[in-house]
Design a protein around this ligand. Structure first.
Ligand code: GRF
Length: 206
């Protein structure tokens, strides 16, 4: 499965995908890594593994749509055609229909909370501050609304007494590194079927 991975930060989810591919546990090929931040450590990881990468800075574009179109063009140029998957791994930007339409049903995102609870940029802290006993993370298909698309897989992470977002973050991240590659593998096996808001996991490739 050809994939493009979009990062904005450290890229530890990118790393977990690289690692799973290396050991043969993930039938995917990273054709491109895109970041909207020049200093994203995820770009260093791409360089280290000789992966094609591209930094696109929003300030270089007149509008959000122009930025999104540049991403679409880069992803297509990297060889992601009709069957590829776009993986948003800590990509801290809202994408528009300019980006989503060409990749309908083929964009997934990881969120560090159990959606629909605690959407947005502070999922871990929002959950901890709310006093949840169970936190977690979600992989979902991306639609026009932030952190809203059909859920593919989730993992629960117990929140211990007195833990704040900072204490919870690394424990959630550990689970992210397990469920994100799993979701990508299911997509590679063509086992994910979107029925309305629901994602059905077929027993084997459909
Ligand atoms: C992860 O916690 C992810 O859930 C959130 O941003 C973080 C990305 O971390 N969207 P990394 O860049 O993959 O290390």
């Amino acid at each position: 499965l050809p994939i493009a991975v979009l990062v904005s930060g450290s890229g530890s989810n990118l790393q977990s995908i690289i690692d799973r591919i290396e050991v043969g546990a993930l039938d995917a090929e990273i054709k491109l890594v895109i970041s909207n931040k020049a200093n994203a450590y995820g770009i260093q990881r791409a360089k280290k593994y000789g992966l094609p990468y591209k930094v696109l800075l929003h300030n270089d574009f007149r509008s959000r749509e122009d930025f999104d179109q540049a991403m679409v063009d880069a992803i297509h140029a990297a060889g992601i055609g009709e069957d590829g998957l776009v993986v948003m791994a800590g990509f801290m930007r809202i994408v528009t229909t300019t980006f989503l339409s060409p990749f309908e049903g083929r964009v997934i995102n990881i969120h560090p909370a159990l959606l629909p609870s605690f959407p947005g940029v502070n999922g871990q802290a929002d959950a901890a501050d709310y006093g949840v006993k169970i936190a977690g993370c979600t992989v979902h298909f991306v639609d026009e609304q932030m952190d809203h698309g059909p859920v593919i897989i989730q993992a629960a992470v117990p929140c211990q007494a007195g833990e704040d977002g900072d204490a919870l973050e690394p424990r959630i991240l550990k689970m992210e590194h397990r469920i994100f590659p799993q979701a990508i593998q299911w997509f590679a096996e063509r086992r994910l079927k979107i029925v309305g808001r629901h994602v059905e996991l077929a027993v084997s490739g459909r």
